[in-house]
Design a protein around this ligand. Sequence first.
Ligand SMILES: Nc1ncnc2c1ncn2[C@@H]1O[C@H](COP(=O)(O)OP(=O)(O)OP(=O)(O)O)[C@@H](O)[C@H]1O
Ligand SMILES: [Mg+2]
Length: 263
Amino acid sequence: MPEPHSPAISQPANGGVRVVLRGVRRRFATGVEAIAGLDLDLAAGSFVALLGPSGCGKSTLLRLVAGLDRADAGEVSVGDGTTRPSIAYVFQDPHLMPWRRNLDNVALPLELAGVPVAERHEKAREALRMVDLADAADRYPGELSGGMRMRASLARALVIRPRLLLLDEPFAALDELTRHRLDDQLRALWIELGMTVLFVTHAIGEAAYLAERAVVFSRRPARIVADRTLDLPRERSFSLRADPAFAREERALYEALVRGEAA
Ligand SMILES: Nc1ncnc2c1ncn2[C@@H]1O[C@H](COP(=O)(O)OP(=O)(O)OP(=O)(O)O)[C@@H](O)[C@H]1O
Ligand SMILES: [Mg+2]
């Protein structure tokens, strides 16, 4: 197995923010009720995996937390409410601009924020280093593998040093080895950067491997059918996947998903 990634970071971590949802409800104009009164409290700096049946409201929840959509009722608060913390969102599709080299794709959020070119390139290079893509700074998305594109997308999220990182099935389209490698990188980055991470996945093993806590949703409208603190060591490596403790967590999540489907 490849070594878990350990980059040298020159900037201090910003620290994760707490995310609180109270009585959140989202009903679309079509009449579809995606979320009907949800309470969820994510501790600052936690890594939480979110599982649930297809169409239950996971992406809707991420969009609400990201501020890309508004709840019809209830409250979503991110951070202490005084300043708007930096939030990054990673989609299943890397969404890279094909005509921009990696460096300029990764620098895009800073460019949009008006950061001068030398500074944004320096930060983009650092973000590329974090995901082991330093050598590919001048390459274009079309010249990259799927896993490399996903890492570039992750670098673009990290370039703003988010205090909250939202990921929506980011590695779902990748082969298993690449996914495991990215799981290790993401977990190492979480430990290093100290941000809060909310990770949506359909893969039970991925949820158990990555997170400290897993929340399982029922079918739509989403309700919480399980909320588990995973009883696993902080240091995770490939051997954990064969550990009985890991199998226990996977089984508990599997059973919760089955309950959620039937609910
Ligand atoms: N903008 C929208 N307008 C109307 N309905 C929507 C909209 N966005 C989502 N929905 C509906 O809300 C429900 C929840 O959708 P959402 O995308 O949150 O599910 P999900 O849990 O992310 O599913 P998946 O695991 O397949 O990605 C679905 O029935 C979906 O069709
Ligand atoms: Mg979704």
